[in-house]
Design a binder for this molecule. Sequence first.
Ligand code: AMP
Length: 417
Amino acid sequence: MSVIQAPRGTFDVLPADAARRSALEAHAARILEAAGYGRIETPTFEATELFRRGVGEATDIVQKEMYTFDDGGGRSLTLRPEGTAPVCRAYVEHGMHKLPQPVKLWYLSSFFRAEAPQRGRYRQFWQIGAEVIGSATAESDAELILLLAELLESFGVREPRLLLSSLGTPETRAEYREELAAFLRTHRDSLAPEVVARIELNPLRAFDAKDPITQETMRSAPKLLDRLSPDDAEHFQHVRNLLDDAELRYELEPTLVRGLDYYARTVYEFTSEALGAAQSTVGGGGRYDGLIEQIGGRPTPASGWAAGVERILLASPEPPVAPRPVDLFVAIAAPGAERAGFHLVSEARRAGLSSQLELAGRSLKGQLKQADRLGARYVAIVGSDSEVGLKQMDTGEQTNHQYDAVIPTILRSSRLA
Ligand code: AMP
């Protein structure tokens, strides 16, 4: 029969990979929870309408990357392609506006996008995300940026660069959009066909184009940062002052667009050269003051980011993983001793010792070899008589003990060690 493989663009997390992922999760929990963020987990799938409204019809995600299916009852569901819209849906659904504001939430979840798989780009991937809902302040933007910087730094992400910009408010953006669309129309001959096709739908995406001629044309295009209203400009200046005070270096990137429609005012991305040019973004985010209203809540300012777990792992050094120490390996030396051996290993675990039992029917010699491979400190050899042989693996010394004395002996030696 043919062998079935994991679907294209997905991967297995094997035990050897799991340790670094757990370490990253622990870093995120420590940093975010110390700053008052509570963990949230939302369902893996949501009503498709949530992403249509919350991410935006014109985005790549909604247009071509969603895994959408009918649930059999005529309802259209979608595997979540991102976390912000679901978190906002939960905020509205649970009446979190009644809590003291802002509400700070973080998540570590998997997301699904039907993209062309490559290094650092998968169809199921994990993100760590943080959201501050119910605050319009520049401080909440700056706090979020600093926390992401701290997370990347604490995990050793190589050469992180912070790109920062402001998209203004929707009104400013609408006016600017018209101005940019007019510019693109007059320069349509020097733009890639897919950019021309999007002039009316989403002219801002022209800045994202990879085509060199388009990039050249866009150099002389009007920039949103030069069109900010006085209020937006002041908000942005405030964010910049706070980052300067924190001595966090950033580069102004006036063409930063971000793939999602809901951003307004502050936007940013962290990149790392370690990922290579094509997939260099480690994480990004921004302010999305209009989103909660968009999905049926009352107008609520909010801000947040998401960072790719796989990208963080790819962009940081891989420390040698220390194998988990095994205190006790229980070897079975005679037929009929399995029951006593099983009981001994259970008791040892209850006493807090990391313990393993022979489960493969090896000979005694094979069992000792296996204990050695595992780096076990002790091997208890359980045979047919009432005494258990206890072998200390580093010295090779073996002593006999009553069954009940085995665990106290190991515990005593652990305390002395
Ligand atoms: P986005 O929600 O598109 O802003 O993505 C936030 C971060 O998630 C990106 O900066 C990447 O680190 C990561 N990311 C997004 N899409 C993928 C993907 N298809 N595979 C792996 N990581 C991704």
